[in-house]
Structure formats: structure tokens, C-alpha cells
Design a protein around this ligand. Structure first.
Ligand SMILES: O=C(O)CCC(=O)C(=O)O
Ligand SMILES: [Fe+2]
Length: 329
């Protein structure tokens, strides 16, 4: 896998202090990172942040479709043990939940899912016993196949943020941009046709509620700025697709593997990926299960009015930007 470095945006000491002090104030005032009143305060607090910081925290704006925000300092000794399961996280690392919420709210509207991690806006991604070989964030021993986050859902995030708390074994997140792939016109045309559906992933408690099979969706979409993608092979049944379409889908997978970069996040790093351009995954690793495991915090952000998706999807889910949004999966 090529190791072209991901673009980095570095916060200076003043910007770090501004962001973390604001997060600490919010947390002290509201008492918990999951407080609805804290969520409601985010836009007001964001409006008070200085222009240099706001500029650093603008959404992704390059063809790589990602960047790493660097400069935040996570004190490993003060962090406490890595939770053994997302449901045991409680207020662990709560300051970083609020930092991530502020960053998210500067870029767009943070979203949450009723059926995922108890509706929390910031998820804890930790390896968990019994989930080693699932295609979810809680796995470890298998390759987490490159995917669009929440690919099955038309209301999925435009941006995905992964903030690293701990990663002693330097386990890499993978990321591949559709804009860097080289596909034949015929393959692109095929993949723009809605041929196969994408099923809800196993991270949704009530995935079975969907009942019946969702409608087929296009894998690629030609937006004004270039190709965008909705791709999750682990949850895409190819049974109904013809041979030529399956081959095109395979070519896309090969091309994504060719252009994929491996980003080994360090504590305090925030990986920001454009979920319409980049698929992400993770290399396999051996979980420790001793309180020192790899630990990421994850936030999902909507940036409305982007022409990066087929009109059908945008119309179907014309959510407003004013309010923080919690959706049923
Ligand atoms: O663990 C990682 O690096 C990424 C996991 C993932 O796909 C996610 O959190 O959405
Ligand atoms: Fe993911």
C-alpha cells in the first residue's frame, strides 16, 4: 500500500488553547458531554471562536478528500483506561467529546443515530471481546473493509471525524479517494446505475427493523466538482447484478486499494474525511483487552446544500441545518 502522507493542518498553541479552554468551559457548565443543553450551546460557542481557528477548521477542500488535524495534546496518564466496550465509556475522555463536537459544529451539523451507541453524538471506537471479526468499529482481528460510513442511509454524514485518544501499536486507518482512481468510462457509467442495494450494517441495534430489501442505489455519482461515491462491499449483495456490473464494481475496489493511504493516528490527531469522496477502513490488529487498547472518538457531520449526491437522496432528506439532528436509523 503506498504511504503518501495525508495532508496535515496544524493548530498552533493559541488555537489549541482556545479550542480546549472553550470545551472545558462548556463541559464544566453542563456537567456532561452528552447534555442536550451543551449540544444546543455549540453554535453560539462556535460563533465566538477566533477567525484563524475557524479557518483551520473549515471542511475538507482538496481532492484527497481528507486531512489530519494535528496539535491537540491528549495526556495519556490522565485519560484513564480504554473502555472495553462503547457502552462502558460513560464520561471517559469527555473533554475530547466536547472538542470534537466544537470542531464538528464549525464544519456543519453534528448528527447522531437513535440505534447506534445509545444515540450519542460522539461514538467511542474500541475493540471489544466477542466482536473481533465483525465489520464494525468494535472489531480488531480482521481487515475492516473500506467503506462509506452509514452507506445504506440517504441521511448519512458528509464528513466523518476520527479523533485519536490512544494508539500504542500505531494501527492504521486506511483511506482512499474516488477522485484519485483511474476507471474506464464504461465502468463509471455502469456504476452510476442503481443496480445493487446496500444493507444496514451490524452496528445498528435495530438493523433488522428495516424489513425487506432496500432499493438498489448508484455506487458513483457525477457531481459538479467530480465523482462521488457510496460504497460498502461488505454490505452489498451482488446477486442481482450482471457480470459486467460486478466486474466494474471489482475494478473500483482494485483502484481504491491502489490509491489507498494508511494513516496511523497519534493521540490528539483528528482525521477528517469527506464521506462522499473517501472510503475508510482499518488494518487488522491484535486487541490487548488490558485498558491500554486503541481508542478513537468518532463524530458525523452533515454539510447541507452540497451538490455531492444524487438529487433523489437530497430531496428525500431535506434536513435543516439549524438544529442538531438525531435520526432514527
Ligand atoms: O478504527 C478505525 O480506524 C476506523 C473505524 C471505522 O470505520 C469507523 O469508526 O467508522
Ligand atoms: Fe467506518
Amino acid at each position: 500500500m503506498p504511504t503518501a502522507p495525508a495532508p496535515v493542518r496544524t493548530l498552533d498553541a493559541d488555537q489549541v488553547a482556545e479550542l480546549t479552554d472553550t470545551a472545558a468551559k462548556l463541559l464544566a457548565f453542563h456537567g456532561s458531554a452528552t447534555s442536550p443543553a451543551l449540544l444546543a450551546d455549540l453554535p453560539v460557542m462556535c460563533a465566538q471562536l477566533g477567525e484563524p481557528l475557524r479557518r483551520q477548521l473549515r471542511p475538507v477542500d482538496t481532492a484527497d478528500g481528507l486531512f489530519v488535524l494535528r496539535g491537540l495534546n491528549v495526556d495519556d496518564a490522565r485519560l484513564g483506561p480504554t473502555p472495553g466496550h462503547w457502552s462502558k465509556a460513560g464520561d471517559a475522555g469527555a473533554l475530547w467529546d466536547v472538542v470534537l463536537l466544537l470542531v464538528s459544529a464549525l464544519m456543519g451539523t453534528p448528527i447522531a443515530w437513535d440505534g447506534q451507541q445509545d444515540g450519542r453524538f460522539v461514538h467511542n471506537i474500541v475493540p471489544s471481546p466477542g466482536h473481533e471479526s465483525e465489520q464494525t468499529g468494535a472489531s480488531s482481528s480482521i481487515l475492516l473493509t473500506p467503506h462509506t460510513e452509514d452507506a445504506f442511509h440517504p441521511g448519512r454524514a458528509h464528513l466523518l471525524l476520527l479523533c485519536c485518544m490512544r494508539n500504542h501499536d500505531r494501527i492504521a486507518t486506511t483511506a482512499a479517494s474516488v477522485r484519485l482512481t483511474d476507471l474506464s468510462e464504461a465502468d463509471v457509467d455502469r456504476l452510476m446505475q442503481p443496480v445493487a442495494p446496500i444493507l444496514p450494517d451490524d452496528a445498528y441495534e435495530e438493523a433488522q427493523k428495516f424489513g425487506g430489501r432496500p432499493a438498489p442505489v448508484p455506487t458513483l455519482f457525477d457531481s459538479p466538482e467530480g465523482l462521488t461515491m457510496r460504497y460498502d462491499p461488505a454490505y452489498t449483495p451482488l446477486g442481482d447484478a450482471d457480470e459486467a456490473w460486478r466486474e466494474a464494481y471489482e475494478h473500483l475496489g482494485e483502484e481504491l486499494a491502489r490509491v489507498s493511504v494508511a494513516v496511523s493516528l497519534e493521540p490528539g490527531d483528528v482525521l477528517v474525511v469527506d464521506n462522499d469522496i473517501v472510503v475508510h477502513g482499518r488494518v487488522p490488529f491484535q486487541a490487548r483487552y488490558d485498558g491500554t487498547d486503541r481508542w478513537l472518538k468518532r463524530a458525523s457531520v452533515r454539510v447541507e446544500d452540497r451538490p455531492t449526491r444524487p438529487a433523489a437522496e437530497r430531496d428525500e432528506h431535506g434536513y435543516g441545518q439549524a438544529a442538531l439532528t438525531a435520526w432514527a436509523a
